[in-house]
Design a protein around this ligand. Structure first.
Ligand SMILES: Cc1cc2nc3c(=O)[nH]c(=O)nc-3n(C[C@H](O)[C@H](O)[C@H](O)COP(=O)(O)OP(=O)(O)OC[C@H]3O[C@@H](n4cnc5c(N)ncnc54)[C@H](O)[C@@H]3O)c2cc1C
Length: 465
């Protein structure tokens, strides 16, 4: 008889307490990084835990190289600010992030021609071609550099190579987490823990209620040696031949968005947000392994085709396949409020609003688990229906949630209250002071620091593009 599927027990063991802080953030992706920075800014001691040897999560390791979903088409303004804009600003100063300036937004033909292959367009509008809007293309290593610099500037205790394994809970209160490391099993204690693992690892281990979610997986890759001018010329001047070839490439890829390649700040290097693979679970080891094997087969078949046929791609080569599998959605918190697609479509406003995405708003309650204390979540596993998460999971709103969670953790410790009881008007005020936009005011008409920051930001960088 096979032993597979049988449960075995292990002897109880003693675990060393390796570190302790006021706030422990698990996961160094966009949400966890923002949470750590904002908690530290508010005067508490922070530990940031990450399983890999770099920060950025899907933004760097997943090579998701476009920051979008931060342009409010209704209010015609940048809707995610705070830490997000600081990171863009720093990467742009290195020449490793680029975005359309205010005078290029809209449907001017020259602007469309210049920016469409960067992906800087508003794909939520029905009009085609989609108008150009504020979105930033960036380099993955620039993200790692900026994140590491900022973590050190804020005196955050960073522990890389630390793989979260379980949550320490006593009487319904989270006390810390257990990590697997090369040194063995370690306990990291904290007064508040923020789960930013993207897959809700910490909250699930603490037995917080959650909803099972799933979406397609992608092995993102980059091609180098591409003559992008020639590729764009072919697309523009030979539309029928282009359309036929584009169709064939997408069949070989087995699933892709409309534009299967986009420009990056590195000359001749493009990123490919494909192939898309359906029916696989992003927290299942066998499915994740299948995705890597299947995804690479699609990539190499595509490479052969484009080298042989596609103008501009004759001398291209694979620069890299993303070290992290592209997992968009797995387990989602069932928190104090569950955001729905109707909330997004109707642009529902909340009295406890703490973050904005494109043109939608998020209440504090989507970060708060129902039964467990001293725990917040931030990022793509926030409390939303599966459909709503698919429309609101981009990097900027995840960073806005992280900024709110980190600030809330610090405020709760300062006030001596549970995180679920944080005064949300104080939280909103603090976020605005930091340059973030919690979405509690009609910001177009309000003279708030966040808006001034966005204006200053665009003016400063007007000449850098
Ligand atoms: C293929 C693809 C394309 C996308 N395209 C775009 C796009 O064009 N623009 C856009 O803005 N967004 C895009 N997204 C969405 C966006 O990338 C994610 O929603 C966003 O990165 C989520 O941020 P996060 O911090 O919540 O999670 P993640 O980026 O997943 O970060 C989670 C972090 O936690 C760490 N972690 C996880 N488990 C553990 C553990 N057990 N122990 C320790 N550390 C752990 C991870 O290593 C990682 O660093 C895309 C996503 C995918 C997959």
């Amino acid at each position: 008889m096979s032993d597979v599927g049988v449960w075995i027990s292990q002897p109880a063991c003693n675990i060393k307490v390796a570190a302790k802080a006021d706030v422990v953030v698990v996961g160094g992706g966009p949400a966890g990084f923002s949470a750590a920075i904002s908690a530290a800014r508010n005067g508490v001691k922070v530990i940031l835990l990450e399983r890999y040897n770099y920060l950025g999560g899907l933004a760097s390791g997943g090579m998701v190289l476009l920051l979008d979903d931060m342009w409010d088409n209704h209010l015609q303004e940048i809707s995610v600010r705070g830490v997000m804009l600081t990171v863009i600003e720093r990467m742009a100063a290195m020449g490793l992030a680029t975005y359309p300036r205010a005078d290029e937004w809209g449907s001017d033909p020259a602007s469309l021609r210049r920016w469409t292959r960067w992906g800087a367009f508003d794909f939520h509008t029905h009009s085609k071609p989609h108008p150009i809007c504020f979105a930033a293309a960036f380099d993955p290593d620039a993200w790692r550099r900026v994140a590491l610099d900022m973590v050190q500037e804020h005196r955050i205790q960073l522990r890389l190579h630390s793989w979260f394994s379980s949550t320490l809970v006593e009487d319904g209160k989270v006390k810390g987490v257990i990590c697997n490391t090369k040194e063995g099993t370690e306990a990291i204690l904290g007064d508040v823990v923020i789960d930013a693992t993207g897959d809700l690892d910490v909250a699930v281990s603490a037995e917080a209620p959650y909803i099972g979610g799933r979406y397609m997986l992608t092995t993102v890759f980059r091609l180098g040696g591409v003559d992008t001018d020639e590729a764009e010329r072919f697309e523009r001047e030979e539309p029928e031949a282009f359309a036929q070839m584009d169709k064939e490439i997408k069949q070989i890829l087995g699933g892709s968005w409309g534009l299967w390649w986009l420009k990056t700040p590195l000359p001749g290097v493009v990123w490919c947000n494909c192939p898309h693979m359906l029916g696989l679970d992003g927290v299942n080891v066998e499915d994740l392994t299948t995705a890597e094997i299947k995804g690479r087969k699609h990539i190499y078949a595509t490479l052969d085709y484009v080298r042989g046929k596609l103008p501009g791609f004759e001398r291209c080569f694979v620069v890299d396949v993303a070290p992290q599998t592209g997992v968009r959605q797995t387990r989602l918190l069932e928190g104090e409020y569950v955001l729905t697609k109707e909330d997004l479509a109707e642009r529902t406003r909340f009295a406890d609003s703490i973050a904005r995405g494109r043109d939608y708003y998020m209440p504090y309650r989507v970060l708060v688990p129902k039964v467990i204390e001293n725990l917040l979540v931030a990022g793509r596993h926030f409390s939303a229906t599966s459909q709503a998460q698919k429309m609101s999971r981009e990097i900027p709103p995840c960073m806005a949630m992280g900024e709110a969670a980190g600030t809330a953790a610090a405020l709760s410790l300062d006030a001596g209250v549970l995180v679920r009881n944080v005064d949300t008007s104080t939280l909103q005020r603090t976020l605005r002071t930091q340059g973030a936009d919690p979405g509690d005011q009609t910001s177009r008409n309000a003279d708030i620091p966040a808006l001034a920051m966005a204006r200053r930001f665009l003016e400063t960088h007007e000449k850098s593009n």
